[in-house]
Design a protein around this ligand. Structure first.
Ligand code: ZN
Length: 273
């Protein structure tokens, strides 16, 4: 089994979105300025005996610009940098894999930077938390543009026929194949977040948290992110990740941590096995 890590571009946004209230005015710092920070958008591919499993798809290549898929105000708030080389389809091509060959796509959740490229995988079964899917469809139906569910992305894939599999809170974790388990983390950052536990022969166990934990500050100091749907749920999912990490002696790979990401070995040159 091999685990590939993809660099799918980067986002730049306010620091308070990453770690809530990290920059606030105080009596001795009344003019405290917010500041921007840049962070990576990762994607993951697991090569298994039952085929390829893709975990998250990144942003749509046409998300930015005048006729971009993301609303103008949203583009300014969550500024994406990336080109064709960061597109998930390019990353797969570099490994000699066509999108049609991907049989399973796990969406950690359905926000802009994770579910932007659903339309490119016609033969995949998409696995997603039901509450997340429902929220995305509700935003689409009611034309709510300022949520992180991108209306124009949904407008394309909703016309295609995809195979969807939904996990609910009661379903618990879900073993995709020996060594690859979806961690059903429930509501927190979003309505329903799915993490991944990959147990590799040489590397050992790796927990890929996606946005259940943005970065090490959220993890170490248990400081919630600014983008949050269920605060108590977020704390519960954090405790659960810590528990599994301890039990499995696992590395924990965060969703958008620049410092950590720069130390990972990236595809196509490298992989974990
Ligand atoms: Zn994200």
């Amino acid at each position: 089994m091999r685990l590939y890590v993809f660099d799918l571009g980067s986002l730049t946004s306010d620091r308070n979105l990453m770690v809530s209230m990290s920059h606030i005015a105080k009596i001795d710092d009344p003019e405290c300025c917010n500041s921007l920070m840049e962070f990576p958008v990762p994607g993951f591919l697991i090569e298994t005996e039952m085929g390829y499993i893709l975990y998250d798809t990144g942003c749509h290549p046409d998300c930015m610009g005048e006729n971009g898929r993301w609303p103008e105000a949203f583009q300014k708030q969550v500024y994406y940098r990336g080109d064709e080389s960061n597109w998930i389809v390019t990353k797969l091509k570099q490994l000699g894999i066509k999108p049609e060959e991907i049989k399973t796509v796990v969406l950690s959740h359905m926000h802009n930077d994770h579910a932007g490229c659903i339309e490119y995988f016609p033969n995949a079964q998409f696995i997603v938390h039901r509450d997340e899917f429902d929220a995305c469809i509700r935003c689409y139906a009611t034309h709510r543009y300022m949520d992180s569910y991108i209306w124009k992305d949904t407008d394309v894939w909703i016309r295609q026929r995809h195979d969807w599999k939904f996990l609910e809170n009661e379903d618990g974790d879900y073993e995709l194949c020996p060594g690859v388990t979806i961690l059903n983390l429930g509501a927190g950052h979003a309505r329903g977040v799915l993490g991944l536990l990959v147990e590799l022969e040489e590397t050992g166990a790796v927990i890929v948290t996606s946005d259940a934990v943005y970065c090490s500050d959220n993890y170490e100091y248990e400081q919630a992110p600014g983008v949050i749907y269920d605060t108590l749920g977020w704390k519960r999912s954090l405790q659960r990740i810590k528990y599994i990490a301890k039990k499995k002696n696992a590395q924990v790979w965060f969703g958008h941590d620049r410092r950590q990401f720069d130390q990972l070995k990236l595809a196509p040159e490298f992989f974990y096995e």
